[in-house]
Every structure is written in C-alpha cells, then in structure tokens.
Design a protein around this ligand. Structure first.
Ligand SMILES: [Zn+2]
Length: 267
C-alpha cells in the first residue's frame, strides 16, 4: 500500500483500533508511516486517535519539519521517538506508540517481559526490553530507546507505555497487539500463581521458525531460565479443599501475587 490517500485512511483505521481496544486514553498515542525516503505521514497532537479524519494527518520530513497539513493540527512532541527509529532502522517503515494497560503495567512495575512463555510471542516480539524513563517531548526518550531498537521491534517505555516497529503499518500495529496480548496473559498467569517457562531447546526450535518463514524485523532471544521452584504451594491447599470456607480471600491472592512477582524479579 503506497498510495498516500490509502495510507491516510489506514492510519485513521489503526488509530480507531488502538482507541477501541483501550490502548490509549484521551488524546494519547501516535502513529507514523514512511511514504518514501524523505516524507513521513503522522498523527496530530491533541486529537483522540479514535476520531481522526484524513485532513488531520500531517506530512513531515526526516527532521520532523511539517511539509504539508491543515495548520490547525501539529505533530506530537513524541514524533522525535519515531524519527529516531527511522534513523537507526532503515528497514522499519512504520511506528506505533500507545499506552496499553497490561504492557504499561509491566513498564511501570519494572518487571521485564523477557521470559519464554508463548510460542507466537517468542517468534514475533521475543524478549521485550524496557527503555529507561525519559521526559516526554525531550530527547531523553529517543536517547533511551536507541540501544534497544537495534535488536527489537517491541519496546516498553519505563513509567510511560510501549513502542512497536514494523515493515509496514499493519505489521507495527500487530506487534502492539501481540505485545499487549502477551502482557495480559503473563499477568493473568501470575494471578493464577505460576508461570511455566518454555525450555531452551523449545525456544531454539521456535526461533528457527523465524528463518523458515522468512520473518522480517528483529527480536531479542527470550529467557528460558525456569522460575525458581517454590518450597511451599502458592495457593494454600487448606483454603482450596475446605468447602465450608468461602473463596480464597483477597489477602491470599495478594500474597500469591507478591510471591510470584518476587520470583520473577529474582529470575
Ligand atoms: Zn506516550
């Protein structure tokens, strides 16, 4: 899809999807797509990404200078982050930035999403690195992501959100979906009291599929180290086995979550 008008429409559609799926609140988030080596289409600042129209999409050059667009709309200050990606990764043609709640929760909690858990995630986004916190609108965020975008198409931004890259807009958006889906499942497994990590040989078999299917993009190899075994069961058996007692208490769930989170941090 190279036609500029088709791309504008597609940016609007992807904006609608990230808003509908709750990946952004209010006017948050931004999307960009490279039209060619000199021109980039991007979303406006101060507008809900669920309600954009074609006229709102802005065309900028590689430095972020506006080439054309309705003067009422301006690019986001977070465009700097997108420009940094295009400078470092000529293979990337689109960037999506959002604040999806599960992925952002891991970024806020300081817990890496780097364990080998789900086959699709291992192949598509791999171990997701976390870039150090930077003040929005400054060069602190582009500086923080620089080392990570060399090896990964999905990055968590500490105390902020997530960034995904792609060979085209759909690919960048799908990486965001995979990232959030993975984060939600890992979080729910933690709530259930266990996180089974796939072993190294299985990880290697999955990684070899990337070559077989000739997948584009870059992924960092996930961590296949098993979670440390627990001496005591995470869910007290007496609470599960005692039908006279009501469901597991909120306090018990909190204790389980704390134990698992502590194990992940160790691992
Ligand atoms: Zn943001």
């Amino acid at each position: 899809m190279n036609n500029e008008w088709e791309l504008r429409n597609f940016i609007i559609e992807i904006g609608r999807r990230i808003w509908v799926r709750g990946y952004v609140a209010s006017n948050d988030g931004n999307i960009s797509v490279k039209l060619n080596d000199r021109e980039i289409l991007t979303t406006p600042h101060g507008v809900s990404k669920g309600f954009m129209t074609k006229e709102m999409i802005i065309k900028v050059d590689n430095t972020g200078k506006v080439i054309s667009g309705d003067p009422r709309y301006h690019p986001s200050s977070e465009l700097k982050m997108h420009l940094e990606v295009y400078k470092e990764r000529p293979d990337v043609k689109s960037v999506v930035h959002a604040h999806p709640p599960y992925a952002t929760s891991f970024a806020v909690a300081g817990i890496p999403l780097n364990k080998c858990v789900l086959p699709e995630a291992i192949i598509i986004i791999g171990a997701v690195p976390t870039a150090k916190y930077g003040l929005p609108s400054t060069m602190e965020i582009p500086d923080a992501i620089r080392e990570h975008i060399k090896n990964s198409d999905a990055i968590l931004l500490e105390n902020h959100g997530a960034l995904t890259l792609g060979s085209d807009l759909l690919n960048a958006y799908h990486n965001m979906e995979t990232l959030e889906h993975t984060a939600s499942i890992v979080w729910k497994a933690i709530q259930l009291g266990n996180l089974n990590v796939l072993p190294e040989n299985e990880r290697d078999r999955l990684m070899s599929l990337r070559e077989k299917f000739k997948l584009q993009g870059r992924v960092a190899t996930c961590d296949a180290t098993p979670m440390p075994s627990s001496e005591a069961p995470l869910i007290p058996v007496k609470e599960l086995a005692n039908p006279g007692k009501k469901d597991i208490t909120e306090q018990t769930i909190r204790e389980i979550a704390e134990k698992v989170l502590a194990k992940i941090k160790q691992g």
